[in-house]
Design a protein around this ligand. Sequence first.
Ligand code: BJW
Length: 319
Amino acid sequence: MASAIPAADLRSFSEYLKTSKRIIALLGAGISASSGLPTFRGAGGLWRTYEATDLATPEAFEANPDLVWQFYSYRRHMALKAQPNRAHFALAELARKRKDFITLTQNVDGLSPRANHPSEQLHLLHGSLFNVKCTSFYCSYSRNNDFTDPIVPALAIPKNLPEPTPSTGDKTGEEATRSLYNALGIAEGEEVDISDDRVPLKGLSTDLLPHCPECKEGLLRPGVVWFGESLPLQTLDTVDNWMKAGPIDLILVIGTSSRVYPAAGYVDKARAKGARVAVVNMDRNDVGSSGLKPGDWFFKGDAGVIVPEILQSVTGEIQ
Ligand code: BJW
């Protein structure tokens, strides 16, 4: 099939990539949209009636830990069901081919690690859905790479429907289920999940949410970075040291709206170290606040298709 990428752009980028030594990639939710996961802003940025970004705050967790945990339990479940796509694999291959290439991902879905991206070249700016930490001020408990789904039984995602409630009348369980389906407007056999507005949200008592196994008192929370919170300091230091170590040839900006800082600020920092910028996005407007400069590239389209193609001159074909 003929490529959607203008041939001259593909040629000039491929030539430049082959000679580039110090390369950085900044990833956002768009790369995982190619794997079927929703983004934060625009279409797909809603979870039920809530803006996803309104739930990603310490204040939301403080006020409604059960709602926020249900959101994150759903995200954990979806991320585990999703598969890394050809863009994740292409970047992992580029990392094996170019040791002076680092990837900064804002994504918490674990898809880059699952694509075997070399871990020393991958920096998780916003943490991971599969890390948890204690919220008690007096406790420093944290646990990484916990892929249990659901994390506690109460946060199970309804597979097909909320469990039929015990019969209140003369209905069998099956009949009760069917009439509940009908009431919710769900067709027979239709798969629904917790993000579906038609499924009632469970009001969960705090007792049923994940608790700290160490202090036994604190509520656990997802190990992600919410608005107003600092990004992991060690990660910031490592990235800053890498950036200071020499001129940068290229920054790839893939599937991010470039609206959230400090992540979005790495593009201008890389530019200040000499980098040319290549943006891969579905939306021509999402190029960050400083826009594109002469010598930059914009590749419009699905990251899962575009990224393996533009990296092919170095990575070879990605299956
Ligand atoms: C496709 C596609 C396909 C779709 N192919 N493309 C400077 C200026 C102004 C404000 C600030 C500033 N510095 C700090 C701030 C405040 C704030 C901030 O940035 N606010 C802005 C919104 C204005 N930043 C913070 O609060 C940060 N903390 C901080 O600065 O702390 C300081 C501090 C220091 C010391 C002590 C204490 C504090 C923290 C930011 C944390 C962000 N957290 C979230 C949630 C993470 C957990 C979770 O996942 O739930 O991170 S919010 C959300 O946004 C998530 C994402 O990683 C992040 C970025 O979103 P992303 O990835 O760009 O997604 P979208 O949806 O926005 O865009 C998707 C893109 O893909 C679109 O462009 C599509 O077109 C495209 N696309 N399909 C290619 N198939």
